[in-house]
Structures are given as structure tokens and as C-alpha cells.
Write a protein that binds this ligand. Sequence first.
Ligand SMILES: Cc1cc2nc3c(=O)[nH]c(=O)nc-3n(C[C@H](O)[C@H](O)[C@H](O)COP(=O)(O)OP(=O)(O)OC[C@H]3O[C@@H](n4cnc5c(N)ncnc54)[C@H](O)[C@@H]3O)c2cc1C
Length: 295
Amino acid sequence: MAGNPDFNLFQLEDFHHELREAIRGLSEKEIAPYAKDVDGKSRFPEEALTALNAAGFNAVHVPEAYGGQGADSVATCIVIEEVARVCGSSSLIPAVNKLGTMGLILQGSEELKHKVLPDIVNGKMASYALSEREAGSDVASMRTRAKADGDDWIINGSKCWITNGGKSDWYTVMAVTDAEKGANGISAFMVHKDDEGFVVGPLEHKLGIKGSPTAELYFENCRVSGDRMIGAPGTGFKTALQTLDHTRPTIGAQAVGLAQGALDAAIAYTKDRKQFGKTIASFQNTEFMLADMAM
Ligand SMILES: Cc1cc2nc3c(=O)[nH]c(=O)nc-3n(C[C@H](O)[C@H](O)[C@H](O)COP(=O)(O)OP(=O)(O)OC[C@H]3O[C@@H](n4cnc5c(N)ncnc54)[C@H](O)[C@@H]3O)c2cc1C
């Protein structure tokens, strides 16, 4: 491919263009009409969740082996970008479904993948719980602990700023299982909202993207079975960072979509707004502008 003079690394495939057309149509028709209300009332965009779930755009990244569509990274970014173009809060539904399942997809057992991923394909959501109040950038200093109890693990501690916390059914949670080993003593678990000792705390009051809940989570002797650990003990920190490698581009896509939406709205406004008897877009032509101002 690289030797082919016609090969263009930045050329999207035809199916990417078709995907963009489909998700743009859905976003404009079924998500955009509610965006103002969602933001104004800081409420979860239920209409977007319903529309994305019905059309299968909620978690396109899930591999086909688990009932998903196995969309590539670019396709997933296109979905997020197009939803963000009309509603930033709603774009965090597909974005965080990927964030909350990527560690499992990369490192989880087949059994655990088959347990969790079909739920997400079928419309449940997943979140990613790494950060803590005192462990943001320095996340390896986390205090949430998981202690073995027979075949189970008992998790205690709290997580902070968890996107879609309280709305998701499944949570990828990082916790210290061996305090002596630093970053190599952190393990990752899939926790379900109905697990004993899992509690959703208060939501943050935010300046923007207000329809997407950002919650504190508490683990109060939260019991999970041993088969809920993602990968081997002590690999959770690496899994968490690998997850971010795959999901930072999706947040970039969200930003591109927001910027595109703002630009499209601004251009439409300049074609509608009139001053000096003309649309303000027409003043781009300086001759008109100067002639009008001279009058
Ligand atoms: C809206 C929102 C949603 C979020 N969603 C999630 C989520 O779903 N799951 C999750 O786990 N977390 C989530 N987070 C948490 C997010 O990942 C953290 O905010 C992030 O890791 C930064 O941590 P902090 O806010 O504690 O900043 P701090 O660590 O306090 O950093 C503050 C500033 O200092 C700078 N800084 C820190 N250390 C250094 C250094 N060594 N050298 C130079 N500069 C430095 C940082 O770059 C930053 O600019 C979310 C946060 C927000 C605001």
C-alpha cells in the first residue's frame, strides 16, 4: 500500500463516508432537537441514548464475536464526531462506552467479555473508573483497595469525576491489590451497578457538557467474584494506560465535532442575519461593505 503512488493515508474509505452520512442524519433528526434542553436542564440525553441504541450507534467498537459491529478506530471516531457536532453530552455515550470496555476488550478473559460486551451492544452503558480525588495525574497513588476473600475480591475506596456514573451498568475499576508493588500492584475489575457495596455518590456541577453526568463512586466492602478481574493481578495500571491509548483519539473526535458544529451554526447565522439590508455573510465582499457603510 505504502509503495502505491495513489495511496493516501488520510483518505477515508467509502464505508466511512456512508457511515458519516448515516450518523449525521440520525444526529440532526433525533439528537439535535433536544440538545438545548439537555444542556439547559443539565439532564441526561435519554432521547439520544434511545436513538443511538435503536440504530446500533451506541458502541460500534465492540468486536463482532460479542455481537458488536467491530468498527475500526476511525469509524468509532466518526460516530463520536457527528454526535458531538449536534450535542457534546450525547457524544459521551459512544465515547465512554468505548472507554469503559476497552480494557476488557484488550485484556479480559473470553468468559468476562461474553458476560459484559453483549450487554453494552444491547444498550447498557459502561464507564471507566480510574481517577480519585487525590489521584488525578498521579493516578498510581490511588487509595482504592481490593483484598482477596476466598475466590472473591472486596473493594473499598472511592472514585471521582466518573463520566456517566450512575447511568452505566458496568464499570472498569482500578484498585490496589498489592500496596508493596506500586503501579505493578494495581488490578482492574469489572464491577456491576448491582454488586453489593457499590454506591453512586453526588454529581459534579459543570460549566459545560452538562447533560453528561460526572459522578463520585463509593465502594463499601464491594464484593466481586474472582472472574471479574481483567487480566492477571497487578496488570491493571498497564490496562488502564492501554485503554487511554485507544480512547484519547475519541476525545479528540469529540472536540473536532464540537468545533464543526459551532462553525456550521456560525456560518448559517451569517446567511440569515441581516444588517444594512443584506445578510452579514455578504459583507465578506469588501466592496459591498464599504459601499453600504458609505451610504
Ligand atoms: C468532565 C470530566 C470527566 C472525567 N471523566 C473521567 C472518567 O470517566 N474516568 C476517570 O477515571 N476520570 C475522569 N476524569 C478525571 C480526569 O481524568 C482528571 O481530571 C485528570 O486525570 C487530571 O487530574 P486532576 O483533575 O486531578 O488534575 P491534577 O492532577 O491536579 O493536575 C492539575 C494540572 O497540573 C498539571 N500537572 C500535574 N502533574 C504535572 C507534572 N508532573 N508536570 C507538569 N504538569 C503537571 C496537569 O497537567 C493539570 O494541568 C474526568 C474529569 C473531568 C473534568
